[in-house]
Design a protein around this ligand. Structure first.
Ligand code: CAA
Length: 391
């Protein structure tokens, strides 16, 4: 289905924190074989905020970069939504802090979206629907997916930590046109959750993997039914695929599930691996250096996937959020995809960030664990860098 006026991503801005830990150093610290992380999970590095940055810093950094590349001022923005599971307050939206720093106010819808890692995608779809409606009055939407992921020290999730923000301006489809239809799926599940006031998530790892694969299968099959094609044809024809990426090996396994269902591995047992190497892995190298940035992780992969694309090339974006829900959408490259101006954001951030020693990371965790067990999480985050409620 096509609209008379196509809408999509007009500008992109990316931001990661200025510290990282190499997983070889982390493996040494936790007395684990580094191959478990590099080969078993497919991870290389994790981006960390430490005590220096908050999600507000990351969101602002990404938003400023997206806005800088766009013609037209802030008064052209009529909608601001942030998808995150690292919110600062149970009532006030994270957009309050971001809008204050951007000096963005007036005729504006401004709010936060929460559904675990799916929040960024839901915010983007809402922005798209708003931009297509008369309510937008021709203004653009600014959407930010941002998270700072920390698991409890020494828990199985710890090697998959990460942080980062992706900002997207939804307007004319200069970078990518969004498909009017997306394909969603949901079922109640206790696979990953963080009770109010608790600093770290609780995870049922195996259940989360099962739900993710189930969601992927349901969404890709629904898309193929709606577009009257077989799953096998879709997998052969799509130019590139991006997935929510808790860790890259998981994405490879989900693609394996899709290939098995499509029965394209029968004659060639290497087919799933070949498809992964051709259509998915090239768009995961940023994720491998960032770690799991939750709501932002899919959008880092999409941003890399769109780099250098020719007009009209189509890619898929599969999103998953625990609890649980999934959504699949198709994006078609626009005229500014080829130049990929946003790639310089990460070139700059990767080249300037500081590699932590295992000891630096360990003392951060000891400090963080002690502080977090004595403070409500929101208070801790709001005190960091003075992001308090205005008095
Ligand atoms: N050399 C090579 N490979 C090795 C190895 C070694 N020395 N040691 C282990 N491995 C392999 C294992 O064989 C395994 O590979 P396979 O799955 O292909 O068999 C892989 O490394 C991982 O090993 P384990 O299963 O033993 O790992 P674990 O139990 O320590 O933890 C995990 C894995 C449960 C996923 C954990 O990372 C976790 O809890 N993560 C958080 C939950 C998560 O990310 N879930 C994803 C879906 S939920 C979601 O999407 C929301 C979100 O973002 C969190």
């Amino acid at each position: 289905m096509r609209l008379s006026e196509p809408v999509g991503i007009a500008s992109l801005g990316l931001k990661i924190p200025s510290f990282f830990l190499d997983l070889k150093d982390f493996a040494h610290l936790r007395n684990t074989d580094p191959n478990k992380y590099e080969i078993g999970l497919g991870c290389r590095e994790m981006a960390l905020c430490l005590d220096q940055h908050t999600v507000v810093d990351l969101a602002l950094g990404a938003a400023r970069r997206a806005l800088m590349r766009r013609k037209g001022g802030l008064d052209q923005i009529g909608f601001l939504a942030i998808g995150t599971e690292s919110g600062l307050d149970m009532s006030a939206p994270l957009t309050k802090w971001v809008a204050r720093e951007l000096r963005l106010s007036g005729a504006l819808r401004s709010y936060e979206v929460k559904h675990a890692c799916l929040g960024g995608t839901l915010a983007l779809r809402q922005a798209y629907e708003w931009r297509c409606s008369p309510a937008s009055k021709g203004k653009a939407a600014l959407v930010i997916a941002v998270d700072d992921t920390l698991y409890e020290a020494r828990s199985p999730g710890e090697p998959t930590q990460g942080a980062g923000a992706v900002a997207m301006i939804v307007d004319e489809p200069l970078i990518a046109e969004m498909d009017p239809c997306s394909h969603s799926w949901s079922r109640p599940a206790d696979d990953f959750w963080r009770p109010v006031g608790e600093p770290y998530p609780h995870v049922d790892g195996p259940l989360s993997l099962e739900c993710y694969n189930q969601g992927a299968l349901a969404c890709f099959q629904a898309y193929c039914e709606d577009t009257n094609q077989t799953l096998g044809n879709f997998l052969e024809n799509i130019k590139g695929m991006s997935f929510h990426t808790p860790f890259p090996k998981m994405v490879q396994k989900a693609l394996g599930v899709l290939c098995e269902k499509a029965e394209i591995t029968a004659g060639n047992p290497n087919k799933a691996k070949e498809l992964f190497l051709e259509k998915v892995a090239p768009h995961l190298t940023w994720n491998q250096k960032i770690g799991n940035s939750m709501t932002a992780s899919l959008w880092f992969s999409v941003a890399q996937n769109l780099c250098g694309r020719r007009i009209g090339e189509q890619i898929s974006a599969f999103s998953y959020g625990s609890g649980c829900g999934a959504e699949l959408q198709l994006l078609t490259a626009g005229p500014e995809a080829q130049a990929a101006a946003w790639a310089q954001d990460l070139q700059e951030d990767f080249s300037q960030r500081t590699r932590l020693s295992a000891q630096d990371y360990d003392s951060f965790r000891t400090r963080n664990q002690a502080v977090k067990s004595g403070f409500p999480a929101a208070e801790l985050l709001q005190n960091k860098r003075g992001f308090r409620h205005a008095s």
